[in-house]
Structures are given as structure tokens and as C-alpha cells.
Design a protein around this ligand. Structure first.
Ligand code: NAP
Length: 262
């Protein structure tokens, strides 16, 4: 297994680091994480992960370089590590909106570059991660897809869809969480305490997702099974649709997309 450096050990960078360790994608000794406030990486350090604020050293010690700083810092960080980059390095950027062209032009080298868009469920190895590649050969592509498959599920997409992937996958977590909260609020109003309402809502969402993932069905096929003619499910569902349920979700997704495209 090749050594991995994560430059930017913040929320996402640390979640990736823990996921890599838990999935045994690499050992603690094969992982190097950087950030400015190094003391915030103590938990990883105690596991045996090398931590510092020295990006150059991290790059010199590693082959796969995961860039997990904020988008506005990516090009500066690349500028700082440029001299240590060799054709053997693979760059993986998780920064929203920074293109592979921008990364290559900042690196000033013909490297294999990937963009990966995970979501926060990566912390529990349940992320969907959309990946696109530039200059990568088949072995390198498989290596990066395998790495993110160990942290949930990875899919390869065209780079022009990376912004759409950000909306549907990364922002999508927030849409689903708000849906769960609304279900809980309804559950409380019809008689449940908050805790049991949360258990019922979360397990129902998990079960619905698993029905589609494991059964490979279209959602409407599963909906047909629970909508008895003249029954309470179809009555509630139609009321939600009259009030704009599907259309408000679709409009929200389009709104997020328009915002990210600006
Ligand atoms: N959060 C998400 O759901 C999500 C999903 C997909 C993609 N992303 C992308 O992931 C990236 C990180 O997001 P985040 O939410 O994890 O942000 P974050 O918590 O602010 O993490 C960024 C980290 O970068 C560190 N940093 C700043 N300058 C650095 C430098 N020169 N060298 C090394 N480390 C440096 C910061 O360390 P100090 O605080 O010590 O300065 C901080 O720990 C962003 O580009 C974002 O677009 C996030």
C-alpha cells in the first residue's frame, strides 16, 4: 500500500483519515496529516499517524496526496509543494469548484489528478463519492476508486458533472436530514416523544434506501406496495404533493446548482 498524505486535516480531512484507518486501507504509519493548528490532530497522532504543519515534508513522504483545504487555499498549498511533486505522485482534490486544469497549472507538472466529491457520511464510511480523473492510467484510477469504495461507495463521473455531484451528494445529506427532522416533527404531533420519533424516522429512511439499494427497484414500485386504494398512505402522500413536496425538492436542488454555478 502506498503512503497517503492528507493536506488539510479539518472536518473532511480528519474524517477521511479515520475512515482510511478503520477500513485498513492504510496503516497509521502510512498516513501523514497536516494542518496549521497541529494540536488539533492529537487523536490521530496518538494512533501513530504522522502529523505536522509541514506540507512539503508530507508530500516527500507520500505518493497519494489528498488536498482537503478550503477551495480558496488549494492553489496556495499547491504552490508550496510544487518543488516536491514528482510524476509518481497522485493528487486527489476534494475542494469544491477547483478544476483539474487549475490544479495542473498550479502544479506545473504532468501529474495524475483526481477530483473527489464525498459527503460527511465519509466519517462512518457511508459516503457516496463522485470521482473524475485527468492524466490517470487505469491502475491509478482503480486505486483511487478502491480507496473511496472503502469509505462508502465511489462512482466515476465526467468532470463537467462535479458541481451537480456536489449538490446531489454533498448538499444532499442536508436535504435528507431536513426531511428526517420534518418527519420527527410530524411524529411528535401525532403522539411520539422526540427520541422514539427519531428512531422511527431514521430507521424508516434507512430501510427505504436499503429497499432500493438491495432490491434495485424504482421508488414508485415500492410506493405502489404501500398505497392501498382509498387508504391513509395515498391520502397523506397526495396531500404532500398538492403542497409541492416533490416540486419543492427539485426546485431546491436547482437553486443549489444555480448558486454553485455562479
Ligand atoms: N464538509 C463537507 O461536507 C465537504 C464535502 C465535500 C468536499 N468538501 C471540501 O473539503 C475541503 C475541506 O472542507 P472542511 O469542511 O473539512 O474544511 P475545514 O474543516 O475548514 O478544514 C480545512 C483545513 O485546512 C487546514 N489548512 C488551512 N491552511 C492549510 C495549509 N496551508 N496547509 C495545510 N492545512 C491547511 C485548516 O487547518 P487550521 O484550521 O489548523 O488552519 C483546516 O483544518 C473544502 O475544500 C471543501 O470544499 C467538504
Amino acid at each position: 500500500m502506498q503512503k497517503i498524505a492528507i493536506l488539510g486535516g479539518g472536518n473532511l480531512g480528519q474524517a477521511i483519515a479515520w475512515g482510511l484507518l478503520e477500513s485498513k486501507s492504510c496503516t497509521a504509519e502510512q498516513l501523514y496529516v497536516t494542518r496549521n493548528r497541529v494540536e488539533r490532530l492529537n487523536a490521530l497522532k496518538e494512533e501513530g499517524v504522522k502529523v505536522s504543519n509541514n506540507n512539503l515534508e508530507a508530500v516527500q513522504c507520500s505518493q497519494i496526496i489528498i488536498l482537503a483545504v478550503k477551495p480558496y487555499k488549494i492553489l496556495d498549498v499547491l504552490d508550496g509543494i510544487r518543488l516536491a511533486l514528482t510524476p509518481e505522485h497522485i493528487i486527489v482534490s476534494v475542494a469544491t469548484g477547483i478544476t483539474t486544469e487549475q490544479i495542473l497549472s498550479a502544479a506545473q507538472k504532468e501529474l495524475s489528478v483526481f477530483r473527489a466529491m464525498p459527503n460527511t457520511a465519509i466519517a462512518i464510511r457511508e459516503s457516496i463519492t463522485c470521482i473524475c480523473a485527468k492524466n490517470a492510467n487505469e491502475t491509478e484510477r482503480q486505486k483511487i476508486v478502491d480507496l473511496f469504495n472503502n469509505l462508502g461507495q465511489a462512482v466515476e463521473i465526467q468532470e463537467e458533472l462535479m458541481e451537480a455531484a456536489t449538490v446531489l451528494g454533498a448538499c444532499g445529506i442536508a436535504y435528507v436530514l431536513r426531511f428526517i427532522r420534518a418527519m420527527m416533527q410530524g411524529g411528535i404531533e401525532i403522539g411520539f416523544g422526540a427520541e422514539i420519533a427519531s428512531t422511527i424516522a431514521t430507521q424508516t429512511v434507512k430501510g427505504a434506501a436499503e429497499l432500493l439499494i438491495k432490491g434495485g427497484k424504482h421508488p414508485e414500485e415500492e410506493i405502489d406496495k404501500v398505497t392501498t386504494p382509498k387508504g391513509c398512505t395515498i391520502s397523506g402522500l397526495n396531500e404532500m404533493e398538492h403542497r409541492g413536496f416533490s416540486s419543492s425538492l427539485i426546485k431546491g436542488i436547482l437553486n443549489s446548482y444555480q448558486k454553485i454555478e455562479k
